[in-house]
Design a protein around this ligand. Structure first.
Ligand code: HEC
Ligand code: HEC
Length: 280
């Protein structure tokens, strides 16, 4: 058969696309098998504490993350969700190049260690002052949440253990925004296809108000840590300053609601930069 140059290029790219599709399916299968195995195990919390030492490098002993969104809060997350995320990250079904080396079987271990560390993390008390959004229109955020998210993520953002839907309440606002954007643009491969469909037509305003509302949904009192709590399981952990001090006062109450149709003022143009060539 004679193929034109265009035909050749087209058929090669079809092969490439198919190849990659198959690979992705394999990764998802591999992760799903590991999740299935792990969910049946009885966790050993003490062993989970030991395994968590590895994670404290980035997530810190409290698992509270950073409110600039670099690291998520993982403390208090549903155990089955942590298990699924770990399995997805290590099977490359969710891209996380920073963390992936730490999830290798050599460092982290097998399904038992995953079950153990997930159980340990899910029991950690949560950050009482997580990063929240600007508080522009929380009423709209609430309306959108109840209509578009509550069915899956729960009335108070508590998630769903059986369906491994993440708890999202009390998560750092900026992390929520990053994940939401990645889910929408297809960058987070393990995203829930139904959620992707649901949020496709969202405006930026819908997105930011709903995530602001979510970040302010408080977990129940008994799940929250004391402000400035340090995890006593890691007394020798050396603390470098993070993006902000943990000992900050509670977030300020949100500003009064804006009248309908309020738009954020545009940012002023930055002053023109001086370039040496302009001298000529
Ligand atoms: C080198 C730094 C680093 C180490 C070590 C690390 N993580 Fe992470 N982890 C991250 C980053 C960064 C993210 C967020 C990635 C993103 O934005 O998608 C993350 C995300 C996660 C998430 C997903 C949270 C969510 O709600 O989406 C879980 C669960 C998690 N880590 C658990 C662990 C566990 C358990 C360990 C130890 C075995 C660990 N991490 C070690 C950097 C690290
Ligand atoms: C059809 C069910 C469904 C709906 C509707 C849905 N989600 Fe999700 N969402 C999920 C599932 C399942 C995941 C986890 C996917 C995975 O990693 O396996 C998720 C993940 C997320 C994450 C990432 C959390 C993390 O810790 O990494 C955010 C943020 C999020 N959803 C916000 C929302 C918001 C806000 C809405 C409403 C506008 C919404 N979702 C609607 C099912 C849903």
């Amino acid at each position: 058969m004679h193929l034109s140059a265009f035909g050749k290029i087209a058929s090669v790219s079809v092969l490439l696309v198919l190849g990659e599709g198959q690979l992705l399916a394999q990764e998802a299968d591999q992760a799903a098998r590991e999740v299935e195995q792990t969910l049946h195990l009885t966790p050993d919390i003490e062993n989970g504490r030991k395994a968590f030492a590895l994670c404290t490098v980035c997530h810190r002993p409290e698992g509270w993350g950073s409110d600039d969104g670099t690291y998520p809060q993982i403390a208090g997350q549903i155990s089955s969700v942590i298990i699924k995320q770990l399995a997805d990250i290590r099977a490359r079904n969710r891209d996380n190049p920073t963390m992936r080396p730490f999830t290798s079987p050599q460092l982290l271990g097998g399904p038992q260690e995953i079950a153990d560390v997930a159980a340990y993390i899910s029991r950690l008390p949560m950050d009482p002052y997580n990063g929240v959004g600007p508080g522009f229109d929380l009423e709209q955020g609430k309306r959108v949440y109840q209509k578009e998210c509550a069915d899956c993520h729960g009335e108070r953002g508590e998630g769903d253990e059986g369906e491994h839907v993440p708890a999202i309440r009390g998560q750092h606002y900026r992390y929520l925004v990053r994940q939401f954007d990645w889910i929408r643009m297809g960058k987070r491969r393990n995203a829930d296809p139904k959620m992707v469909k649901q949020i496709k037509r969202f405006s930026t305003r819908d997105e930011l108000t709903v995530l602001d509302y979510v970040s302010r949904l408080k977990p129940p009192e008994e799940k929250l840590g004391q402000p400035g709590w340090h995890n006593p399981d890691f007394p020798k952990y050396s603390r470098r300053p993070m993006s902000r001090s943990r000992f900050q006062p509670p977030p300020r109450p949100s500003p009064p609601l804006r009248p309908q149709g309020f738009e954020r003022p545009e940012r002023p143009e930055p002053p023109p930069r001086f370039r040496p060539n302009d001298m000529e």
